[in-house]
Write a protein that binds this ligand. Structure first.
Ligand SMILES: Nc1nc2c(ncn2[C@@H]2O[C@H](COP(=O)(O)OP(=O)(O)OP(=O)(O)O)[C@@H](O)[C@H]2O)c(=O)[nH]1
Ligand SMILES: Nc1nc2c(ncn2[C@@H]2O[C@H](COP(=O)(O)OP(=O)(O)OP(=O)(O)O)[C@@H](O)[C@H]2O)c(=O)[nH]1
Ligand SMILES: [Mg+2]
Ligand SMILES: [Mg+2]
Ligand SMILES: [Zn+2]
Ligand SMILES: [Zn+2]
Lengths: 211, 211
């Protein structure tokens, strides 16, 4: 439909601009409170010296996420989408204009908290990363197959809470595999730091492959 | 826009049909994994003898929620919305057709796991109920003001996990109050049963007021 076609044209322009500037870009998609910002706080800490990382944070309202991330990097911009349910390529283009792309190796877009609508909107990223969390229940991949199909990487956050919640990790992994065999899955905790090294290695490799 | 106008016409027909049948209806809106189904499992158990309760469960894919609820009542129907992000009035009308409304006092619609898109779509309900959970972080009301403004009742689920998560209940309540002073808020746990009596009382009252 027309809105999507227009979006994809702008997304392609974003993609071109990012590649011209040598910036790798990921689009992080997950439920409200799955721990996207917490993960990015840890990521900025860990990668800070190796890679120059910028963040574009999308939310309906508030600048709380950008405020949290600003403690770790000056390269942060908040987009408020208002009564919308996903970032679009035009908003990302505007966000990119207020960042110094020449100073960055990696741009992480933290999409609006929503497992569904962001999946269908190209922003110009290299990879969509889908994030689940252990407190949401183990059936979320089965209920959100389009995200599993679209993502280049899946994350399971909050694994530190597994002892406290009825989450069947085996079933979760099987459901992921039956939708998309072989898709990379990293199990981690933004609070304890478990799995963050694997995540950072993945990010570094992506930047080296697509500088 | 046209889609919304068509939806609202069907929603009004649903509303009329429900009132003709003497069925009170709520539209339960919350993030993926906030505990909607778990709450309804407990609710069906507790209300089972006083009120005849039916559930219409919406998900992109799977019948897992309907399967869970079928253990507690025969009055359950699952709607799979596919690549959509919210139930619409037409889908609810179809769901209502496969329920025996004459046998029901209360119909609970469990909307697709999504804090945003369902807010704008009238389904024919008497009240929209917004559900947050303690594992999502205390900033969700501030980030989702339209849900707070649209809801007739707000729930905070998973309060049993408060000792394990950095959730500031005072800040949460203040944010709710500054968006909408005096909106009812029930803090509960679908796992321990805390607060469920208050929730069931609210439901009973609603059914008595709008039989
Ligand atoms: N136990 C535990 N809690 C976590 C973890 N990651 C995040 N949290 C908590 O989860 C809540 C939400 O974290 P956020 O980082 O705000 O989540 P988010 O996905 O950015 O939320 P939105 O941007 O609003 O969609 C906070 O209370 C965090 O402390 C984790 O790995 N383990
Ligand atoms: N500790 C705790 N866990 C809960 C509570 N309520 C639900 N859960 C857990 O949270 C996870 C998700 O519960 P569901 O009932 O499937 O959540 P939902 O909102 O129906 O999920 P969707 O329909 O997929 O959006 C499950 O692992 C539940 O056991 C609660 O009050 N306390
Ligand atoms: Mg965030
Ligand atoms: Mg459910
Ligand atoms: Zn949407
Ligand atoms: Zn939507």
């Amino acid at each position: 439909e027309n809105v999507l076609k227009l979006n994809d044209e702008v997304a392609q322009q974003n993609r071109h601009q990012l590649r011209e500037a040598g910036v790798t870009c990921i689009n992080l998609i997950g439920s409200p409170g799955s721990g996207k910002t917490a993960l990015l706080e840890r990521t900025l800490e860990m990668l800070g010296s190796d890679l120059a990382v910028g963040v574009l944070a999308g939310d309906m309202a508030t600048t709380r996420d950008a405020n949290r991330l600003a403690a770790f990097t000056p390269h942060v911009v908040q987009i408020n989408v208002g009564k919308s349910c996903h970032l679009d390529a035009n908003q990302v283009r505007q966000g990119m204009n207020s960042l110094d792309l020449t100073a960055l190796d990696l741009l992480i877009i933290e999409n609006v908290g929503n497992l569904i609508c962001p999946v269908g909107f190209d922003l110009g990223q290299d990879v969509k990363v889908g994030m689940f969390s252990a407190t949401e229940g183990d059936d979320k991949p089965a209920k959100h197959p389009y995200l599993v199909l679209e993502a280049g990487l899946l994350l399971l956050n909050k694994i530190d809470l597994l002892p406290h919640v009825p989450f069947d990790v085996t079933r979760f992994r099987e459901d992921v595999g039956s939708i998309r065999e072989g898709i990379p899955l990293i199990e981690l905790s933004a609070v304890t730091g478990d799995g963050l090294d694997v995540w950072c290695t993945w990010l570094r490799r992506l930047c080296n492959e697509r500088p």
